[in-house]
Design a protein around this ligand. Sequence first.
Ligand code: ASP
Length: 375
Amino acid sequence: MTRVNRREFVIAGAAAGLASATPSQAFGRAPAVLTRQSPKAVVISSANGNRFRNGGTETCVELAFRRITAGDDVLDSLVAGVNIVELDPEDASVGYGGRPNADGIVQLDACCMHGPMRRAGGVAALEGVRTPSSVAQAVMDQTDHHLLVGPGAQAFARNMGFEIEDDLNTDRSRRLWLEWKRRTDPRHYLDPNRELARRDVETKRLATLDSEHGEDELHGTINCNGINPAGQICGVTTTSGLAWKIPGRVGDSPILGAGLYLDNAVGAVGSTGRGEANLYNLTSFLIVENLRQGMSPKDAGLAGLRRIQENTIERRLLNSRGLPNFGVNFYVLDAGGEYAGVSMYSSQNSRYAVCTENGAALVPLEPLLDGSPGD
Ligand code: ASP
């Protein structure tokens, strides 16, 4: 992992041109902005950004990095990267084949931000389009609005020429939904192979279904942030949200300040994991502001996680140690090209993806707490 020595930064202050961004003014203080003379291109993402190729030769972070270094727009490059994961039926947490809601319908959320343009777009509870990140980018490019939801988002996508499909389930996501349905509503959704021995085995298997698939799939999303050598920062987050969610539930992913936030003069932050906890604290915004104060990406991210921990007081959300019983991660990239990934627990989603001039790799997340949410 490339770590930029803090001494390589200069305090640019409000005189840094782009640094005099309106978000800083809105936050009520003159920005003391950390910039690096000439950042190197970097792309970071959740681990699935370096896991899936959808039959191609490149992962999300590899493709985005190649395009950024070839001079393409940073957001175009990142969205093209996450499209790989959205279109891959093997990733059951994003796009096509994402785990459906409680009614068996795949509803997708996404947002993107373009640092230099100071613009953003988002969609939520969008059905029928495999690549919600591209629709979010169209909202940003083609409308005066930020967020379109539900049937309105789908109508917009249709009008923009996106293909609308009846059903984004794959055989796998449909089978997983049916297994969940049989488990939660066994009186109505009968196991077709319900002879006794078979049922015993099945019951044991379904009891462990959640843990088999892990947080990566019950909670799962891709956030991808990038910077080019000109210091232009963009980010995108896209998800099928929480598996088996109440229809219409929208998490943090498409919400600015939660699933994604960036300030071109400061850095970009995005999230995966329990969206409600992130929303209650607008943690990506908080972490960007921590960067603005001069914290390193790691310290800024851990401080954001600490805020979530401190604000988690409901008993149903606490484990036997009195700590949060859920996972949440943040992917932090600053304006100098320095980066970190942080995680509530050491055991959860323990790596994230990075692509630099040295190639793509999965590297360890920095945990706030030892153990796992269930301890
Ligand atoms: N954060 C997303 C949500 O809560 C999905 C996830 O990563 O679990 O919808």
